[in-house]
Design a binder for this molecule. Structure first.
Ligand code: ATP
Length: 339
């Protein structure tokens, strides 16, 4: 039986990189059936809403979505369509791998950085509980909400992920020395759950030290688990280590539905030119295949990306090459064919 996936082409370079990704997945014979739905600015212009009900129903039915970047039209009542989808489905774990790719030159190319940030996606400093105090915004207050339940599920997710992915260590990042209540609870839960996973090493690191360690010796880290705010920052830091957001995939995992996407935005400056790099979305697609238990297909896709990038002959402009999106996609398909 084929697996149905909700497909959102998105805005800006979205349709170009989604098309490339669909071609490659079809070339892998992954047996996926695409259910196309709309979201973002394009949907707003054509349908009058940036997030049609049908899109939510489709993701709810299929439980898996692959999504191009979305632009959130101004004045629609949404802060971000991406966030609205994540919230609707309680996608609590944001998972971002950062791995040095062959052929991509960064300051860290020789270090073999290969780490995964698991970020709590629903509460912490981003719970949205905030207000200002009059007169004249004399003060403002944002509440860091931290429930034992949400701490437990994110830490467990990180350990289960580590186990599944054959990884050795989970590093819990926090600021429990200052934020004694919220971060203290997160740390306490982490330490307690770590005892259930004696096959995985565990350590905790205070976030300021973590920033320094990631810049100085990022190769010492494997899986990171952290709360919303620190996860937001550290996952961008990690993306910087491997050459930027353009190569970085992201998964939003929930109990009822999960969504796979590129971390970068709609890149309006190059949209419609056929030169966008689809690698981040392709790597997100590889995470999706893994999520669907198609591990062998995921490995083949990773291997093809690494081979083509490693040779450096057919790469897109952002990586210093001159290939179009289509030429790069053709090279990946040829590589898959030859496997
Ligand atoms: P948005 O408002 O949607 O976040 P943005 O332009 O502010 O868009 P990005 O879309 O992340 O942010 O783009 C930042 C820069 O990186 C742009 O110059 C863009 O062209 C480039 N870029 C982003 N993604 C890609 C990609 N997949 N391929 C090539 N260049 C990219």
């Amino acid at each position: 039986m084929s697996q149905k996936v909700s497909l959102i082409r998105g805005d800006g370079i979205g349709p170009e990189i989604v098309e490339a990704t669909v071609r490659v997945l079809d070339g892998l014979d992954a047996g996926l059936e695409w259910e196309e739905v709309r979201a973002g600015s394009g949907a707003f212009n054509d349908l009058g809403t940036p997030l049609p009900e049908e899109t939510l129903l489709s993701i709810g039915r299929n439980k898996v979505a692959l999504k191009g970047p979305l632009e959130t039209p101004i004045g629609t009542g949404f802060r971000s369509i991406n966030v609205a989808i994540r919230k609707h489905f309680d996608m609590y774990a944001n998972v971002r791998p950062a791995k040095i790719m062959p052929g991509v030159n960064t300051r860290y190319s020789d270090t073999g950085v290969d780490l995964v940030t698991v970020r709590e996606n629903t509460e912490g400093a981003y719970s949205g509980i905030e207000h200002t105090i009059p007169p004249n915004r004399a003060a403002a207050e944002t509440i860091i909400l931290c429930t034992r339940w949400a701490c437990e599920r994110i830490v467990r997710y990180a350990f289960d992920y580590a186990r599944r992915a054959g990884r050795e260590k989970v590093t819990l990042v926090h600021k429990a020395n200052i934020l004694k209540e919220t971060n203290g609870l997160f740390l306490e839960v982490g330490q307690s759950i770590a005892r259930e996973y004696d096959d995985i090493k565990f350590e905790d690191v205070i976030v300021d030290n973590m920033c320094m360690q990631m810049v100085m010796r990022p190769e010492q880290f494997d899986v990171l688990v952290t709360m919303n705010l620190f996860g937001d920052i550290l996952s961008d830091l990690a993306a910087g280590l491997i050459g930027g957001l353009g190569l970085t995939p992201g998964a939003n995992i929930g109990k009822d539905a999960s969504m796979f996407e590129a971390v970068h935005g709609t890149a309006p400056d190059i949209a419609g030119q056929g030169v966008a790099n689809p690698t981040a979305l392709l790597r997100a697609a590889s995470m999706m295949l893994e999520h669907l238990d198609m591990v062998e297909k995921a490995r083949r896709l990773d291997q093809a990306i690494e081979a083509v990038l490693g040779r450096g002959e057919v790469v897109t402009g952002d990586l210093g090459g001159s290939a179009t999106t289509e030429e790069y996609t053709d090279a990946l398909l040829a590589e898959i064919e030859s496997q």
